[in-house]
Structures are given as C-alpha cells and as structure tokens.
Design a binder for this molecule. Structure first.
Ligand code: SAJ
Length: 421
C-alpha cells in the first residue's frame, strides 16, 4: 500500500544502525512512526532494545532518553518503507564496494510486497540504483518503488543532525520520488528537495563530497608551496576570508580521512571511467591528499635532522588516530599512513588517542609525551590543544595547524602544514 497521503501510518524499516541509520531510526520513532531498526551486529540490536546508543553523540543519548528504546532485530521485516543505511566503502583497489548494499537490497527483495517503497541513503555513484539496486528488487516479482536520499550526516557536529539537515531526494519514477519526499517531509524539520530523477540525487552527494576533497587538496598544495616561501598559509586563508564572496575556506592538514570525503571521489572516478571519461583533476586531488602523510613524515625527518636527531631510534609521539576531532572513528585515517612510514624509518613511536584507547600504544597523553623528542599532532582533539603540554620536546609538528604558534615555547622547533615560526 502506498502511504503517500498518510505517510505517518507507514511502517518503516531502517537497515543499518550506524552513524547514519541509528539517528534516522530514533528520529522516526520520535516522530511517531512505527519503526524497526535492523542490524547484523547483535550487540547493536541489544543496545537499541535497551534504549542505549552505541554511538557516542550527545543528541542521540537525549533522543534515546526521550523514546525509551528502539525496536530492533537482525533481519529485515516486511514493512511499507525500507531505508537502507549500510556502508559503501572502497576496496583495496579503490573501487566502490557495494557488497553491503547488495546484501541489504537482496534481503528486502525477499520480504517486499507490491507498492512498498525502498529508499537508499548509502552513498553510491550515479547509476547504481538503476543498474544494481532495481534489478535485485525486480527479481522479487513485486512492483517496488525506489528512491535515493543521500545521507548528509556530519559526525561530531553539535549543530547539524539528521532532523535539521536539508536533503535531496530522487525517484526511479515521479511516484517513487514524491512518496519518498512525503516520508522525509514528515521525518525532518528541514527542507526536502525533489530532484528530477534518481541519478541526480546520487550525483548530488558525490558532487558535495568531491567538492570538499578537491578544495582540501587545493589548500594542501598551496600550503606546501607557501612553506617553501616562508609564508604562513593560515594567515593567508584568514586574509582570503575577508573577501565576502567567492572564497570558501578549507584548511591544510596531514591528510583526509573518514568514510565520506576520502572515499566518495573514487566512486565518481570509477563511474567516469565506465563512461570513458578520465577524471584527471579528481585523481590528482586524491593523490595530493593521500600524499600528505608522506609529506609530513619527510618534513618531520628534515626538521629532526636539522636538530641533529635521526628518525631511526628517536622517540616520536603521534597524537590522534581518529580522522577528525572529537570522534572515535579512525576509518581511512591518515594517522595510520604516517605511523607506518615512521615505523618503517625506525622511529620509536608512542601513539595515543583518548577516543581510541584500545588502539593506542600508550595509556595516556603524559605517557606519550614522556621522553618524546618529537610530537606530531595528527588529530586536533581538544585534549591536545594546550601549547604548554609540549614545552619539553625538541620538535613539534602541528599536523592540523591547531595550535597558536606564538604560545609554543621558544625552545621548541614548531612546524605546521604551511606554517612555521
Ligand atoms: N579536512 C581537511 N581540511 C579541511 C576539512 C577537512 O584536511 O578543510 C580533513 C579532516 O581532517 C578529515 C577529512 O578531511 O580527516 C574529512 O573531514 P570532514 O570535516 O569533511 O568530515 P566528514 O568526513 O565527517 O565529512 C562530513 C561529510 N558528510 C557527509 O558525507 C554526509 C561531508 O559531506 C561534510 O561536508 C562534512 O561532514 C562537513 O561539512 O563537516
């Protein structure tokens, strides 16, 4: 049954209860939907039933306190609306890996009935819904409505959450698109824009994230160049930001991590190749960003040697494994690339991330700094932002330009990304 006109009566099944699906499922319950969450991790299912968020976000703890608990199970149940929020990583060759999407869609196809709606939120490249998802659903022999509403979650963001982030949606048909829009209009306190077709919706998300990746690559390249000129890139960005139009600041760093920005451009690159187009610019930008850990390792080595220290055998503290501040998420984190390079050069490493103690090699920040000749700030966690912490080291590499260099002890050689004293 199509619930376009009385969508609040639709039973909703959210598949994948990670940083995208869990907030969405809890929001659906807050908005009065009959909702069930599905996840293959039984510890996640158990916590949902207990009303506990396995994701440490303040708003999610509040929402769970409000709704009490979330009905959840391991397998897809027949519903009116299915929203697929499973991961879409890339494989070792950087090709899009649709394993999770295909598995979720196939499971939906095994229970779906006529005129039910399937919405894919997972990030996919243009064409995947029509060429991969739809055939799997059609194999059910049922008339299934299909739409795409790309997720726009920003983990760790205190302001923007699933309920207030505007969205775009596109359908395999106008009916599917309008039905999906009706669902999100009911779910969200934000504008929902219906695009002309499902590929436009797939392309919108890829455009957003690829835009960010190339802008980060741009500023990384400028930073490496300015460093050779003795120009402070942070000051130049502040200067450029005084222009009230046509400039959008991005910031240099030791690399791009996360499951979105570091991954999504590869979707576009591969899709372009499928169609005989080589995304030279996107490929170049990915190479620049993926090359930042090595740039930082070489910068560290040159500065250590300047101080008459080798890398080999020298105690180096690497602070931060998460791909961005304030989160316990190290997927695609450039910290690991830096660690591997330094380890290969014989460094005596102490690695600490307060959000990932189980992956740290020492148990505290003090332990990491103890005896360290060099410190690298790889993630701008708030715990690392006190310049006085580093007064006893010889070399401080600020991999996120997150410190005030004027507050760093004059006895310390301070170097950022495109920033020096
Ligand atoms: N980074 C830089 N310089 C920058 C911005 C980011 O080096 O100027 C690095 C970060 O350190 C991190 C990586 O890039 O390692 C990704 O940072 P991010 O802030 O983009 O964080 P994400 O991956 O959580 O991005 C999310 C994305 N949301 C979705 O894909 C749904 C992205 O689209 C958003 O633009 C981004 O949040 C946001 O706006 O903060």
């Amino acid at each position: 049954m199509v619930f376009k006109d009385n969508v609040k009566d639709a039973k909703v099944c959210v598949i994948g209860l990670g940083y995208v699906g869990l907030p969405l499922a809890v929001l659906a319950k807050r908005k009065g939907f009959d909702v069930v969450g599905v996840d293959k991790d039984d510890s996640v299912v158990k916590k949902c039933k207990e009303g506990v968020s396995h994701i440490d976000e303040a708003f999610l703890h509040e929402w769970f306190a409000e709704v009490g608990s979330l009905d959840a199970c391991l397998d897809v149940v027949c519903s009116d609306v299915y929203i697929i929020c499973v991961p879409t990583p890339v494989d070792k060759k950087k090709y899009p890996d649709l394993t999770y999407v295909k598995a979720a869609v196939s499971e939906v196809a095994s229970v779906v009935e006529d005129n039910q709606l399937v919405i894919v939120e997972s990030t996919i490249n243009p064409g995947v819904c029509e060429e991969v998802v739809l055939p799997l659903l059609e194999a059910s022999g049922k008339h299934v409505l299909l739409a795409h509403c790309p997720e726009r979650i920003n983990p760790g963001d205190a302001k923007w959450h699933v309920d207030n982030i505007p969205r775009v949606v596109g359908g395999i048909s106008l009916e599917a698109g309008e039905y999906a829009k009706a669902v999100y209009d009911k779910l969200l306190d934000a504008e929902v824009t219906l695009l002309s077709d499902i590929k436009a919706a797939e392309a919108t998300k890829i455009m957003e994230n690829t835009f960010r990746d190339v802008n980060i690559a741009f500023v990384n390249e400028m930073a490496m160049s300015f460093y050779r000129m003795g120009i402070d890139v942070s000051e130049v960005i502040r200067g450029a930001e005084t222009k009230p139009f046509s400039f959008l600041a991005h910031y240099p760093g030791m690399g791009v991590g996360g499951h979105c920005i570091a991954v999504d451009p590869y979707y576009m690159i591969e899709r372009g190749r499928d169609k005989g187009f080589e995304h030279n610019f996107l490929i170049r930008a990915r190479k620049i960003n993926a090359g930042m850990p090595r740039f930082v390792a070489n910068l560290l080595q040159s500065r250590l040697n300047f101080l008459k220290y080798p890398v080999n055998g020298t105690r180096i503290a690497v602070l931060g494994l998460s791909y961005k501040p304030g989160v316990a998420d190290d997927r695609e984190s450039p910290s690991y690339d830096l660690i591997n390079i330094l380890r290969a050069r014989g460094a005596d490493l102490a690695v600490f991330d307060p959000y990932l103690p189980e992956k740290s090699s020492v148990g505290s920040l003090e332990g990491a700094l103890d005896g360290a000749v060099c410190v690298v700030i790889a993630t701008a966690h708030k715990q690392f932002l006190d310049e006085s912490l580093y007064c006893d080291v010889k070399l401080l590499i600020d991999g996120r330009n997150c410190l005030d260099k004027s507050k760093v002890s004059k006895n310390v050689l301070y170097v950022g990304i495109g920033v020096s004293r």
